[in-house]
Design a protein around this ligand. Structure first.
Ligand code: NAP
Length: 502
């Protein structure tokens, strides 16, 4: 889709496309070129409240639509995405910056999740179980919560919103969607797709605006039942503190400091492919990015030399160009943040082996490009080995044993993904028992979630919930336990013990 420079986008509230109530706007930029892709609303709390009220009003009717019928709308939305995949993938590249094959993968993940959750419309399994009393039936069923708020980041601008919107809708909730300010056009496009698929007014609402300007009612309003957030740990913590004061359910998917462990018996070619993809894919802007490489001393030198050589060969540029390996980072603030972390690494005494610069050559000067960066001689306690950088920067830490590798891996505040390269099955199983992250890969990089498996992390990466998989339904449903006594007499649990036949 060719996006006109002055294209205008709106909020979507109660089935209508509307400007922000006070008429303010902001721009969405292409991070590879600096070009303005469109003008979008800069909403305030008043717009958020209008969206919440619309969602609350639509809820009683939507929850009574049979789940298989709700699911038909999701199926149609997925089909529209399939039809428009190429155009949507290009839009992901233009608004967020990742290279086109990754832009298309973002769309594919949205398609997969929407189909998968549509399938749940004919399952939404509860539980039936025997009662301890005769002539009594017992079951537990899922009920929607009410208004679900989805707050999402820019790095997976289609996939992550569908991870929240699709399970919320199929379970019978209505939704207020607050996308990242860096990817509002994709958010509006996704909502248009759900509208075209046939969602009734008020069931899905979109509020575009800066988190600190629209966020408050989204997480504190009495009519909001659940807040599903993906983003940084700092913002997630703030949201959780506010929302839980109002006793709301909050699901948090937050930062990572993921590691790839390379043992002395690893297939180094395979490990290198996994490291380059996991450290520099999406310019390192994945919550699953490999920002630490924990390598056994016996292979550290060879691995380091070959990784630096591979990183230096990566071609930077506009992700629409098929010869480009790595696109820009998302905005100027992120570019500066990454550069500051690199300077911190140098000050801490780590060895800058390649990269470490903002790239300003030729056309790249118009965008936000950072050179793929590898640090050697990194100690586990250094800030570059502890804090999430969210850019194309990875830190090599040398260890002498599997036990030390696992201790280093676990010695961070985050717990999203770890991968280990080894040919020794005993080591692999010991590692997967001891590693304390929510996701573990053996002989594959840290990237590669599949939508039908639970996704999420331990420690400061999350708060115990999992997205994707059927587990996502636990975020968006309440359990209702039901007893039906057909004995026709008072039966007291725990008192009237059922007699055995004589
Ligand atoms: P972010 O700055 O935390 O923002 C995430 C979302 O929260 C955005 O929509 C943002 O809006 C909104 N927000 C900011 N302040 C808010 C407030 N006070 N109230 C309500 N909403 C508010 O994160 P990001 O920079 O977009 O994304 C990068 C982070 O996401 C990284 O830490 C990454 O690890 C994490 N992430 C985690 C996962 C996972 O599943 N674990 C997946 C992907 C990304 P604005 O854009 O308007 O500020």
């Amino acid at each position: 889709m060719a996006v006109a420079a002055t294209a205008q986008y709106k909020n979507y509230i109660n089935g209508r496309w509307v400007d922000a109530l006070d008429g303010r706007t902001m721009e969405s930029l292409n991070p590879a070129t600096g070009e303005v892709l469109g003008i979008v609303p800069r909403s305030t709390a008043r717009d958020a409240v209008a969206a919440i009220e619309a969602a609350a009003q639509a809820f009683p009717k939507w929850r009574r639509v049979p789940a298989p019928r709700r699911a038909e709308i999701l199926f149609r939305a997925a089909e529209i995405m399939v039809r428009r995949k190429e155009e949507l993938g290009r839009l992901v590249t233009m608004e967020m910056g990742k290279v086109l094959k990754e832009g298309l993968a973002d769309v594919q993940e949205a398609i997969d999740e929407t189909y998968y959750m549509a399938g749940e419309g004919r399952r939404l399994f509860g539980q039936t179980t025997p009662s301890e009393l005769p002539d009594k039936f017992a079951m537990a069923i899922r009920e929607p919560i009410g208004v679900a708020v989805a707050i999402t980041p820019w790095n997976f601008p289609l996939a992550i919103p569908t991870w929240k919107i699709a399970p919320a809708l199929v379970a019978g909730n209505t939704v207020v969607f607050k996308p990242a300010s860096d990817t509002p056009i994709l958010a509006a496009t996704l909502v248009q797709i759900f509208e075209e698929a046939g969602l009734p007014p008020g069931v899905l609402n979109l509020v575009i605006g800066n988190g600190d300007e629209v966020g408050e009612p989204l997480v504190t309003h009495p009519q909001v039942g659940v807040v599903a957030f993906t983003g940084s740990t700092a913002v997630g913590r703030e949201i959780a503190l506010k929302a839980t004061q109002h006793l709301k359910r909050v699901s948090l998917e937050m930062g990572g400091k993921n590691a790839i462990i390379v043992m002395d018996d690893a297939d180094l070619n395979l490990a290198l492919d996994g490291i380059v993809w996991s450290a520099f894919g999406t310019s390192g802007q994945r919550c699953t990015a490999a920002s630490r490489i924990i390598v056994h001393r016996a292979v550290a030198r060879e691995l380091t030399e070959r990784l630096v050589e591979r990183a230096q060969r990566l071609r930077l540029g506009n992700g629409l160009d098929p010869t480009v390996d790595m696109g820009p980072v998302v905005n100027a603030r992120q570019l500066q943040r990454i550069h500051q972390y690199v300077q911190i690494g140098v000050q801490e005494g780590a060895k800058l082996l390649c990269g470490g610069t903002i790239v300003r050559e030729g056309d790249l000067a118009r965008g936000f490009f950072y050179a793929p960066t590898v640090f050697g001689d990194v100690r586990p306690e250094m800030r570059i080995a502890q804090e999430e950088i969210f850019g194309p920067v990875t830190a090599i830490i040398t260890v002498d044993s599997l036990e030390e590798a696992i201790a280093v891996n676990n010695g961070v505040q985050y717990g999203l993904v770890t991968s280990i390269y080894t040919r020794d099955i005993n080591r692999a199983f010991r590692a997967l028992r001891e590693i304390d992250t929510g996701i573990v890969y053996v002989n594959a990089g840290t990237i590669g979630a599949e939508v039908h498996l639970p996704f999420g992390g331990t420690k400061n990466t999350g708060n115990g919930h999992r997205e994707a998989g059927v587990q996502a339904l636990d975020i968006f449903t309440e359990w209702k336990t039901v007893f039906i006594d057909y004995s026709g007499r008072l039966q007291r649990a725990m008192i009237d013990i059922a007699p055995l036949p004589s």
